[in-house]
Write a protein that binds this ligand. Structure first.
Ligand code: NAD
Length: 286
């Protein structure tokens, strides 16, 4: 079965698949096979990061697939240690080299800490030079996003933030809408945490549609035109996670899911000073 994945149009006219495949915490030696399987299943958006230390394996899978470059949408991210205008440009070159590509589709600032203004200016240059078709940010809460938008020329095309049924980000979504910034969800399955797969509301809705809990959670995102990038290294789950375009959640389903929002991250508090300090010290071999 080949699933046709809808696209969204970013604020600069670039088309982005509404559903993609993420490789966070996939070990380097498993990543090539996982990405090959994902491409085989029909995914065309691949989401990696310098900090995931698996860009080379993503690149090998892309090369082995033989899929024309213009049918793929490749995202990677710049880590904090490489922020600042010059460092960011060098880090971009290294990521591109590891991926074996001559341009990116989307380059993201991974975290809103450190010299992300310098990094953003580098990204604006890379975008103007056509080396990346779109630029964006990740983990930017509304205040940081408003700040970046107010003081720079290019408005981010995307903000990739933790978003799932337990942390719905409605205020963030509204602000992004106002600025024409595409909302992209990371952790769309709540990383399996908080009793996600056994949640009675989700299992009930899943039963009613003859779908799985994962499919309900992903459908809930794409039905609001939020891009989702679930991760699994199992081909049957990759296929399951793609199969969300043949049904619709009802208004009643949406209202019941809205009640699951806790308004809090299940993973990391970007407002906790100790966490901010800790993250700023994390280094990768990028
Ligand atoms: P996720 O919500 O996609 O959950 C992944 C977990 O769910 C895995 O344990 C997997 O085995 C399981 N799973 C997947 N499909 C399933 C299914 N159909 N049935 C049962 N279990 C299933 O979590 P994630 O990987 O953290 O997020 C997805 C992607 O988002 C990442 O791979 C990465 O690309 C991106 N991400 C970005 C950031 C960021 O800071 N920008 C942070 C985390 C993740």
């Amino acid at each position: 079965m080949t699933v046709k994945i809808p696209h969204v149009t970013l604020n600069n006219g670039v088309q982005m698949p509404l559903l993609g495949f993420g490789v966070f915490q996939v070990p380097d030696d498993q990543t090539q096979k996982a990405v090959e399987d994902a491409l085989e299943a029909g995914y065309r958006l691949i989401d990696t990061a310098a900090a995931y230390e698996n860009e080379r394996a993503v690149g090998r899978a892309i090369a082995a697939s033989g899929i024309p470059r213009d049918e793929l949408f490749v995202t990677t991210k710049l880590w904090i240690q490489d922020y600042g205008q010059d460092s960011a440009k060098h880090a971009f070159d290294r990521s591109l080299d590891r991926l074996g590509l001559d341009h990116l589709d989307l380059y993201l600032i991974h975290q809103p800490f450190g010299d992300y203004y310098g990094a953003w200016r580098a990204m604006e240059d890379l975008n103007r030079d056509g080396r990346t078709r779109a630029i964006g940010v990740s983990n930017f809460y509304p205040d940081r996003l408003a700040d970046l938008v107010t003081h720079n020329e290019i408005i981010p095309a995307v903000n990739q933030i933790e978003t799932h049924v337990f942390f719905q980000r409605t205020t963030d979504h509204q602000l992004m809408r106002e600025h024409g910034i595409q909302h992209e969800s990371w952790g769309p399955l709540s990383q399996g945490g908080q009793g996600f797969f056994d949640n009675p509301v989700l299992t009930g809705i899943a039963r009613a549609h003859d779908k799985t809990v994962a499919q309900i959670a992903l459908r809930w995102l794409v039905q609001q035109e939020t891009v989702a990038i679930p991760k699994s290294v199992r081909p049957e789950r990759m296929a399951e996670n793609l199969d969300v375009f043949d049904f619709q959640l009802t208004d009643d389903d949406m209202a019941r899911i809205a009640d699951l929002d806790t308004g809090r991250s299940q993973v990391f508090d970007h407002h906790d000073p100790a966490g901010v300090k800790w993250l700023g010290g994390v280094r990768f071999n990028t």
